[in-house]
Design a protein around this ligand. Sequence first.
Ligand code: MRU
Length: 331
Amino acid sequence: MIDQRALPGTVNYLTCETWRDVAEAIRNLTIRGAPAIGVAAAMGVAIGVARSQKKTRAELAPEFDEICRELAATRPTAVNLFWAIDRMKRLFSSMPDATITEIREAMIAEAKRVLDEDIAICRRIGQHGAALVPASGSLMTHCNAGALATGGYGTALGVIRAAAEQRAVHVFSCETRPVLQGARLTAWELHEDGIPVTLITDNMAGSVLRKGEVGMIVVGADRIAANGDVANKIGTYSLAVLAKENGVPFYVAAPISTLDLTLRSGDDIPIEQRAGSEITHMGGVRIAPEGVAVFNPAFDVTPNRYVAGIITERGVARAPYEESLKRLTTG
Ligand code: MRU
């Protein structure tokens, strides 16, 4: 995997030799973004099984449970992590009489399928979303919901990429304090692709929207509740409120695997709290007084009333989301 912590300065590839390496890479943001975390977790389970010394399925079972449990404990908000691990668990359960070799091969093939499917899903999200992009005006996004955050192509950036195939686009990327996914990753990805991008700090978004230059905002998601409330990178909620105030449609692009219809509303979504040093330090340099109290939630919840539509690989869900999201998952 690309070590996203080193971007945009260095494109370093990290090779994970064990499932514990994968767990650490998810925890420390070497790999991040909901769908990419899911792909990594599926690969982590497959590596764990492939490297296990156990000789029978019965001997492997407790180790398999531990691998799944530990990978699931890496980050709490992105539901794609649990979705991918559950998928690997279902496969394991469906092979009660298999040999270790058969299980190994099946796990590796399934993890590769999770990756390939994710790329195809992003392309479909891109197509559905591109149809919503207005003929004029810039696009705006927050955090990084691009190729780096997925198997490839991206969700929100998939929409932008697909639109860029049809017309000239210009993107405002919010820098996304504190970890700067917008500045380091989105600006890098779009720049590498030759899609014109202008980087702004998060607190400039309102001013830019007020000028009327932005035709649409599109962001990704880490978990979407049954009522359409959306958990995404901290700052997304503020952007959605600013969008409504300025009459700019605010869209969320995410795969069906990001839906968590077991949760009634966004209030039930667990929000990850991360180390205060992400806020008190920048590039390893302290910028806040020693000992100061810090609040560092990595995500916020945007209530459904701010969301113009949820763009999935199966189409665009609109309010009322209880009905439209259920239809997308069952239809
Ligand atoms: O903490 P991160 O960088 O993993 O947070 C990522 C986001 O919030 C993304 O917007 C979200 O996962 C969608 S990625 C397609």
